[in-house]
Design a protein around this ligand. Sequence first.
Ligand code: RIB
Ligand code: CA
Length: 346
Amino acid sequence: MPQKIILDVDTGIDDSLAMLYLLASPEAELLGIAATAGNVPAAQVAANTLAVLDLGRAPEIEVALGAAEPLAVPLRTTEDTHGLQGLGYAVLPLSPRALSARSAAQLWVELARAHPGEAIGLCTGPLTNLALALRIEPELPRLLRRLVIMGGAFNHPGNTTPTNEWNVHVDPEAAKEVFDAFSAAPPDRRPVVCALDVTETIEMRTEHLEQLARAAGSTPHEPIGPADLLEWRSAATNPIVRYLTDAVRFYFDFHHQYELGYLAHMHDPFAAAVALDPALATTRPATVDVELTGTLTRATTVADWAGMWGREPNADIVIGADPALFFERLVTRVGALARRLYPEQP
Ligand code: RIB
Ligand code: CA
């Protein structure tokens, strides 16, 4: 059954893999994409998103520019994590595709209204534009069929401060407005939250990249490692494999630099896989709120699992997944997309 997706990204390296995963998934129908400031500024997110659509030889898919700043604080970006352009060591050509005439918030509202009860919202960046959309259309929780969010950290350390996760850190006011708005949603409309608790178990290793290159029929074999020179760039014959190698290698280097291992957490592609197939995740309901005034804890997501606050659950938090099953799906689907779009010359 086709899954209609409204995607909201801050393209970035793992956002781009989430996009390629969706383009590689026949059941995914991308209705439109909101470009949200986060990893890099909104205009760069939009440019990256258009360029990844070109790489994926996607049909015309609307990309709408989001707000330049978070709701209440100045924008903070993270080029050290995702590279100057936001795509690691990779550089994609500027796309000739035009941006949508409407804003990201309008895209959310008008697509949800056009497909009542059918569209799945998938957020892999800060929640700024979804919050702005909810201010325009408070009925969004009932108009969307499902909402999947990559963000937050619950019984798990943060990746930006000791307690908070990047997407919520960038715009905690927006995250709070989103979770508050879904407090009145019926149980089957609660956001599925892919937080660091599980996304940091989704560890891409070099063998996953090598398997993907083989699935794409790409040559030569390029075993990457922490000793590679910064200026090394992939010579893979398949453009998608070449892009992924240069993009993800930056992410490997970043994780290695912070002593997490020579690996890359695939936060966003995991959320995309869950949006298409919720059976990939085990969830538990909780009431989620966001700390806004803590001196040390601002932007921390807090889960009340036991109803101590006397408030109904407003989220289904992912508490378990099968990383091997996810990577089998990612490698198979994106490898097949790469082979199909760029067949090796005989
Ligand atoms: O904390 C991880 C999240 O922050 C991912 O979505 C990554 O792309 C960044 O946006
Ligand atoms: Ca992201």
